[in-house]
Ligand binder design. Structure first.
Ligand SMILES: [Zn+2]
Length: 82
């Protein structure tokens, strides 16, 4: 396998598509999810954030857009604070 293939594999294995729930939960948080999470909101209630290596980048991007972002307990537990 050439180095380019390795780099592509590394990228694919470590980046994920993240979405934010446009509706706040009962604590007033907008949950951030990885694409494919079972707790993802319905299509009409989510906004695509982009591809990130981890939930920290996704939560930062959601906050930049004005959301009270917090990681999903199920798929982004390291960013789940409340
Ligand atoms: Zn989730």
């Amino acid at each position: 396998m050439c180095i380019l293939h390795l780099l592509v594999e590394f990228r694919n294995n470590n980046m994920a598509s993240y979405y934010v729930n446009m509706n706040k939960d009962d604590k007033g948080d907008n949950e951030v999810h990885i694409s494919g999470c079972n707790w993802m909101p319905a299509v009409s209630n989510k906004e695509y954030l982009g591809e990130f290596y981890n939930c920290n980048g996704a939560v930062s991007e959601a906050k930049r857009r004005g959301y009270n972002a917090n990681g999903c307990y199920r798929c982004s537990r390291s960013c789940h604070t409340s």
